[in-house]
Design a protein around this ligand. Sequence first.
Ligand SMILES: Cc1cc2nc3c(=O)[nH]c(=O)nc-3n(C[C@H](O)[C@H](O)[C@H](O)COP(=O)(O)OP(=O)(O)OC[C@H]3O[C@@H](n4cnc5c(N)ncnc54)[C@H](O)[C@@H]3O)c2cc1C
Length: 240
Amino acid sequence: MNDKDKTESIFTMDQTTNVAIVGGGISGCAIAYFLRKAGVDVTVFDQGDIGAEASSAAAGILSPLGSLSGPGPFADLLLESCSLFADLIPELETAGGISVEYTRSGTLYIARSPHSIHNLRKRMQEWQPHNQEMYWFDGNQARDYEPALALDVMAAVYAPREGQLKAPKLTRAYARAATALGATLRDHTEIAGVQRQASARQRARPSRASTSSSRRARGRHAAARGSISRCPSSRSAARF
Ligand SMILES: Cc1cc2nc3c(=O)[nH]c(=O)nc-3n(C[C@H](O)[C@H](O)[C@H](O)COP(=O)(O)OP(=O)(O)OC[C@H]3O[C@@H](n4cnc5c(N)ncnc54)[C@H](O)[C@@H]3O)c2cc1C
């Protein structure tokens, strides 16, 4: 298809949405759910099955401390996000009609050598200003808590408020809850590019997302295509 054909196929379509979300993983489905809660007309597009990529592989471990070093906006975001789960899970399970098997199981960050004990102590010092509940265990205390631990575990930090859930079920819950609120989820629909109007007058008009099946989105688009995807606007199909 040449550029002229693509442009024509976009403009001849009459199906519209105010927000087009590119990617139907956990990010896209969560965005769709919260936008629908706010009353926004939204369509999620995924080139494959909804929730079939990284979101289907995740172990569902909710352990923000493991990703933290010092304080800062990233730390605030992680901790604030994780603190929302306790209220969010029952809401989503009701709205999506599915259990995500959330448990606040706690996390053991273990050390198996004097060198890693030293590093774990340093990390605990970095974590402490975040006011998260945590305890230092020696090897025996750690094994009392988790008898299946290897005998060479010499120390551990126990963070009891961290948890785990079934990540694919969480994505499904978001998808179902968003759909129940009126979101449209379109699987097997690749977004090939994003086109914006060229002139100043046109720039005030909404952008349009073109898909392989040539639907169009009038309004805004959100890229939720996963961490390894290229930005659609960098592709040759995009015009600005
Ligand atoms: C093995 C593994 C274990 C993990 N364990 C954990 C864990 O324990 N805890 C944790 O928090 N995180 C974990 N993660 C990370 C977590 O899975 C990801 O951060 C999360 O799933 C990302 O979600 P996403 O919606 O951004 O991306 P994805 O789930 O990858 O969704 C992106 C979607 O975009 C679609 N897409 C891409 N391009 C287009 C296009 N042009 N048009 C239409 N659709 C398109 C794809 O088909 C895909 O479905 C793990 C990841 C892996 C791989």
